[in-house]
Design a protein around this ligand. Structure first.
Ligand SMILES: [Zn+2]
Length: 268
């Protein structure tokens, strides 16, 4: 990769997965849905839904309160293994205060809120509202599957791994990822535990991967310079590629499950 491009990538704000990853999650969700009315509906709106899943990043810098909906710095709430994350936004607010919430992020509650909006939109049967809520839910759930969105150490700062965030979520995907080649079905299920409990479970599942990614980057940095093509190839063929593919598939499976659950809850 050219030096100029690499430097540019380092200074982009963290967008989680970039457009390629977010769109793949929507694609996987549609593929994972059981045959029926919901699958036909979303298949018909596939391109619009993929585009809607990028909207939360587009409005990130202009809508007040949006920026901190994309991440959750888990350590600011409690130490690993996070046994008692506050379960409602009201509870979190009273325990930690608004300033901490803004710093630590409110991603799990953004997932829950989008899910509730989707139930209402399915009930009303309005296309624009469905696309907005389904796109938001796809986006935030996707962000939750990017392990570096679950930590204060979001860009490998404490590991001296600055740049790891964009490298993992977009540089490598743009260069190597092919959603068709990497798809494996994860059939949708009804999410009995609810969207919020699912979101917290995702955070707990992701968090240990922060260390794995940082250790792996050091392993590869000892072998190649970042201006050597083999550096990127080694990362993609190794754990970076594997974790990215697994996380995108998990997100696509869970998104299908939340779509299906919202559809049922709306009585459709
Ligand atoms: Zn985002």
């Amino acid at each position: 990769m050219r030096r100029g491009l690499m430097l540019l990538l380092l200074f982009l704000p963290a967008l989680a997965w970039g457009p390629k990853g977010h769109k793949a999650i929507v694609q996987y969700a549609i593929w994972n849905l059981p045959e029926g009315e919901l699958k036909s509906l979303l298949t018909g709106w596939e391109e619009e839904l993929k585009d809607a899943s990028l909207d939360p990043d587009r409005r990130r810098n202009r809508v007040p309160g949006e920026a901190h909906r994309h991440f959750f710095s888990a350590e600011l709430y409690e130490p690993w293994p996070f046994p008692s994350f506050p379960m409602t936004l009201a509870e979190a607010r009273s325990r930690f205060g608004e300033a901490t919430l803004e710093k630590a992020g409110v991603l799990p509650w953004a997932i829950e809120e989008s899910y509730r909006s989707l139930v209402r939109a399915f009930r009303a049967g309005e296309k624009a509202a469905i696309l907005r809520a389904a796109g938001d839910l796809a986006h935030y759930l996707g962000d939750a599957h990017q392990p570096l969105h679950t930590t204060l150490d979001f860009d490998g700062q404490s590991w001296l791994n600055g740049g790891i965030h964009a490298l993992f979520e977009s540089t490598l995907l743009d260069a190597y990822f092919d959603e068709r080649a990497d798809y494996r079905p994860r059939p949708a299920r009804v999410v009995d535990e609810g969207a919020l409990a699912l979101a917290f479970a995702v955070i707990r599942e992701d968090y240990p991967l922060v260390r794995t990614l940082n250790e792996e980057l050091w392993k590869v940095k000892r072998l190649y310079s970042e201006f050597d093509r083999r550096y990127y190839q080694a990362l993609w063929r190794g754990l970076f590629g594997e974790i990215a593919r697994v996380q995108l598939r998990r997100a696509g499976g869970r998104l299908a499950s939340l779509y299906l659950t919202a559809w049922r809850e709306a009585g459709r």
